[in-house]
Design a protein around this ligand. Sequence first.
Ligand code: ADP
Ligand code: ASP
Ligand code: MG
Length: 319
Amino acid sequence: MTNSPDSPWIVLKFGGTSVSSVTNWKSVAGVLRSRLEAGLRPVVVHSALSGITDRLEQLLEKALSGDWEPVMAQIEQRHRDLASDLGIGELPELDQYFTELRRTASGIHLIGEVSDRLRARVMATGELMATTLGAAFLASEGLDVHWLDARSLLEATERPGASERASFLSAACNFEPDPALQQRLADIGKVFVTQGFIARDARGDTVLLGRGGSDTSGAYLAAKLGARQFEIWTDVPGMFTANPHTVPSARLLRSLDYDEAQEISSSGAKVLHPRCILPVKQYAIPLSVHSTVMPEVEGTVVTATGGDGDARVKAVCTK
Ligand code: ADP
Ligand code: ASP
Ligand code: MG
């Protein structure tokens, strides 16, 4: 099965640091404008603000002892500060998420335990809050943007025998091409913003795709939409021979095939979530990796024929 090079759909995934500052959001808006000018229909999938998923985990731990308000205040402040920097004012939806988190933390303190189901719901709030800000900013930039709840787009696969923990916190989803979804979106707008990391299960409960799973959300949507391209926008300008933050001499890998990219991500290179390759490989959708702070750098392109076939070592990773 191959992708359609004429497809209007393009999925762009932005990670935590890419959505945490005004400068980066201006870069996101610029990338979207250029895709619209090329006649494409962009679907943005993005993560929580950097560090917020960790804070939400901390909120759950602190809720047990009752000392959760300082962490909650930090979470709230980060979002209020970014909203104010982005010039988008008060957002009632954001207040609702803060209220819900406080209510849940009080409940956890009373009950004295956190179920995996509740953990997934609380941690999903990071992406829900961030995309609320992101969509409001892109609208303020004049883009015809629609916010979508990823739980109405992605459904977890039933895995008989999977533990409750894996089902709620490390789910995998169906990614067959979905013409009805393509039609539904084509009918409602031009630019879409949705959450990475989250999906629903067969009962409609919120589930997570595992830490770092937003890359995989993007890949699932690219497959379902039959996208012509899946772009990952992050804080480094592509995949390198080693982590460029710890190995400054690491070299940028311009072109890889799916199996090489899979090997690098499965051996621990955090730049790609290991489950994000299969959906794009299965439908031969080109995957590229770019830097939000240096959008002009070409980055890495992963395709079926990308690698040069040499047996030499392409990358070194540590876990
Ligand atoms: P995002 O929040 O955008 O998903 P991540 O932190 O998950 O970003 O992934 C990007 C990070 O992956 C980089 O900042 C880098 O430190 C790390 N990384 C590890 N190995 C590699 C590699 N081989 N090439 C590029 N980045 C790598
Ligand atoms: N926000 C989630 C995490 O920190 C998902 C992601 O960033 O990909 O794990
Ligand atoms: Mg990541």
